[in-house]
Write a protein that binds this ligand. Structure first.
Ligand code: ATP
Length: 360
């Protein structure tokens, strides 16, 4: 398949009966990029990937490889590599034959098929397993075969749908590094679907966050981590503290919010004015314990629950007025401790509220 310099999705939409699964997806991907499609279950990630692969027809919109329209082509004529959660290997074929399958289908000369297959086997480090059947391999090894099979014919685009979710935690981390390494050495344009924000942040050059079939934000890992576009994205990116409140004052980028009897000062993100409902978002690691003296508005609270998480503790604390805070700290704290908590105003984001409500 010929290479391209740009892939463009223009208003891509898909409905199932009366229900919209994906609405008006606009996205331009440069050759060589690693893009993660991220969002909660049912947000339309797999639908988007299947539309790209040609496994699902669009109900509206178009997909372009440079000037060539491709959404009307059948999957095999798009020439994309695909990796699924379920591996989808041929159980009766050896590792070598599974990997060579796509090349045989394309009727490449024998010698080239052999050379490329060996190369792909080396790439995913399966040299010692080429004559085994998939049933004789571990989950991680099977997924390596699936990846080799998807990249062996040097596709212009590789699509991966939750490829690591069947693996245990340790293997998942190893395979994550492996996928990153592969992407760096081959420079393949990759679109990767996951609901795991950490996985997406660590792998992708850019992330696309979906919610209810619509794009919420497209950005670099840093942008998504530090400045989510709305409180739903914040929620998804690990801002465990989401407090409803009312805006008291806005002064440039600084917003003051009343929430559960506390006055909180933070950065206004989006359209805010005095009197409107707001959602305050803070990451647990940005709540400081014992802010006495340093912060104007230190919050007196009682520690309720503490969980060990390696070097850090994850804890929940509640203020006298009932505000629940999730926090992470290296300080030694225990349930029942009275503490003062503070949040740096630069790490406290204030968003306009909408119809949906945050939950603890
Ligand atoms: P998950 O992470 O759970 O796989 P997802 O983000 O990939 O979720 P999709 O599988 O794309 O979500 O589904 C988006 C919406 O479309 C969901 O509401 C789902 O129920 C619906 N949907 C998906 N496929 C079909 C189908 N074949 N028929 C009817 N509805 C479907």
């Amino acid at each position: 398949m010929s290479a391209f310099s740009r892939l463009r999705l223009d208003g891509v939409s898909r409905r199932f009966g009366g229900q919209a699964a994906l609405t008006d997806l606009d996205l331009t991907i440069e050759a060589g990029e690693f893009i993660a499609l991220l969002g909660p279950s049912g947000c339309g990630k797999s639908t988007a990937l299947n539309c790209l692969a040609g496994l699902l027809p669009l109900t509206a919109g178009s997909i372009w490889q440079d000037e060539r329209r491709i959404d009307t082509l059948p999957p095999e004529r798009r020439g994309f590599g695909m990796v699924f959660q379920s591996y989808a290997l041929f159980p009766h074929l050896t590792v070598r034959a599974n990997i060579a399958f796509g090349l045989r289908m394309r009727r490449l000369p024998k010698e080239e098929t052999r050379r490329r297959t060996e190369e792909a086997v080396r790439l995913v480090r399966l040299e010692d397993h080429v004559d085994k059947l998939p049933g004789q391999l571990s989950g991680g090894q099977q997924q390596r075969v699936a990846i080799a099979r998807a990249v062996v014919f040097e596709p212009s685009l590789v699509l991966m749908d939750e490829p690591l979710s069947n693996l245990d935690a340790k293997l998942r981390l190893e395979m994550r590094t492996e996928i990153r390494r592969l992407h760096q050495s081959l420079g393949l344009t990759t679109i990767y679907v996951t609901h795991d924000q950490e996985e997406a942040l660590s792998l992708a050059d850019r992330l696309v966050v979906l919610r209810e079939g619509r794009v919420q934000q497209v950005g670099s890992p840093r942008e998504l981590h530090t400045r989510p576009a709305n409180w739903h994205v914040a929620d998804f990116m690990g801002y465990r503290n989401l407090w409803p409140g009312r805006v008291e004052q806005v002064d440039g980028l600084r917003a003051t919010v009343g929430s559960s009897g506390h006055r909180l000062v933070g950065e206004a993100v989006g359209d805010l004015r005095a009197g409107v409902d707001a959602v305050v978002a803070v990451r647990p690691e940005d709540v400081r314990v014992d802010g006495s003296g340093e912060a104007l508005d230190a919050l007196p609270a009682t520690i309720e629950v503490v969980e060990y998480q390696g070097r850090e503790l994850a804890a929940e604390a509640r203020t006298d007025t009932g505000l629940l805070l999730h926090l992470r700290t290296e300080q030694r704290i225990a349930p029942g401790d009275q503490v003062k908590l503070a949040v740096d105003p630069l790490r406290l984001l204030v968003y306009p509220a909408d119809a949906a409500q945050p939950t603890d």
